[in-house]
Design a protein around this ligand. Structure first.
Ligand SMILES: NC(=O)c1ccc[n+]([C@@H]2O[C@H](COP(=O)([O-])OP(=O)(O)OC[C@H]3O[C@@H](n4cnc5c(N)ncnc54)[C@H](OP(=O)(O)O)[C@@H]3O)[C@@H](O)[C@H]2O)c1
Length: 246
């Protein structure tokens, strides 16, 4: 029985992870802002400990990590998943939207890592999975506010890999393709390889058991995008532009 700490558990992938991991007899703690959703999750999952918290609030998140460890023991696996996505048109830039993406998607992860890493280093063991996105590999249409936060998480994870190498901490950065959640319900375009949140949770739990640094799924979509992301700009712009009508 392991203790999983997850951010962004009130809907979508995070909620599906809680349900799956509790069903598999793990202790699960997690944070999100919507209290009612957390209560509902608690009612359905007895081994879940939910805390209302905004990941942009440094001390509140540190308190939650400490409270989770007091309640359920040391965190074995942290899944840093909280995030937002608001499609943007770069012809009309509202800096506050871009700042909010960075605060939640990027700084929200940093704010969780700050209390989690020292505790894992002290114990000489632990596992951290950062949920980035295949949208972090290259710039994509409508993703001008979102994509850079995920690219930043991938770069962050690569740097941390070196720093955490001899500490006993396993670090992964996981890149889902399109998942059917509240976040993507706003999209009015075809999403190739769209999968359910339950299927995404299953992929993530399976990925945690591998030693792959950057797992991605569903391969039917992400393998193609991985290939495209290695192409020179001229070809990349042409193919993505054609397939997305941009
Ligand atoms: N859906 C996709 O296609 C897809 C693809 C690749 C990667 N991802 C990534 O997967 C993660 C989960 O997304 P999702 O698709 O499951 O979206 P979602 O259903 O909208 O869930 C997002 C979760 O993050 C929480 N959250 C947002 N802002 C927060 C904040 N300031 N403090 C605490 N919690 C916060 C939300 O809870 P509250 O609103 O209650 O706080 C919610 O529980 C995100 O990082 C997303 O970028 C999603």
């Amino acid at each position: 029985m392991a203790h999983y700490f997850i951010t962004g558990v009130s809907s979508g992938i995070g909620r599906a992870l809680v349900t799956k991991l509790c069903r598999e007899q793990n202790n699960v703690s997690g944070v999100a802002r919507r209290a009612k959703r957390l209560e509902d999750l608690k009612t359905k999952n007895k081994s879940f400990y939910g805390m209302v918290c905004d990941v942009t609030e440094v001390s509140s998140l540190a308190d939650c990590v400490s409270s989770a460890e007091k309640r359920l023991g040391n965190i074995d696996i942290a899944i840093l998943n909280a995030g937002i996505y608001v499609p943007q048109d770069g012809k009309d830039i509202d800096p506050s939207v871009y700042a909010k993406h960075m605060d939640i998607n990027y700084m929200g992860v940093i704010n969780a890592l700050a209390p989690i890493i020292p505790s894992m280093i002290k114990r000489g063991t632990g596992h951290i999975a950062i949920i980035a996105s295949a949208a972090g590999w290259r710039g994509l249409p409508k993703a001008a506010a979102y994509g850079p936060t995920k690219a930043a998480l991938i770069s962050l994870s690569e740097s941390l890999y070196f720093d955490l190498k001899k500490t006993g901490i396993t670090l992964q950065v996981i890149c889902p393709g399109f998942v059917d959640t509240e976040a993507t319900s706003i999209n009015n375009f075809y999403m190739p390889g769209l999968m359910t949140a339950d299927a995404a949770a299953q992929e993530i739990v399976a990925a945690l058991k591998t030693n792959i640094f950057m797992p991605h799924f569903p391969k039917s979509f992400t393998a193609n995008l991985a290939l495209l992301s290695k192409m020179p700009h001229k070809l990349f712009f042409k193919i993505i532009g054609k397939t997305t009508a941009h």
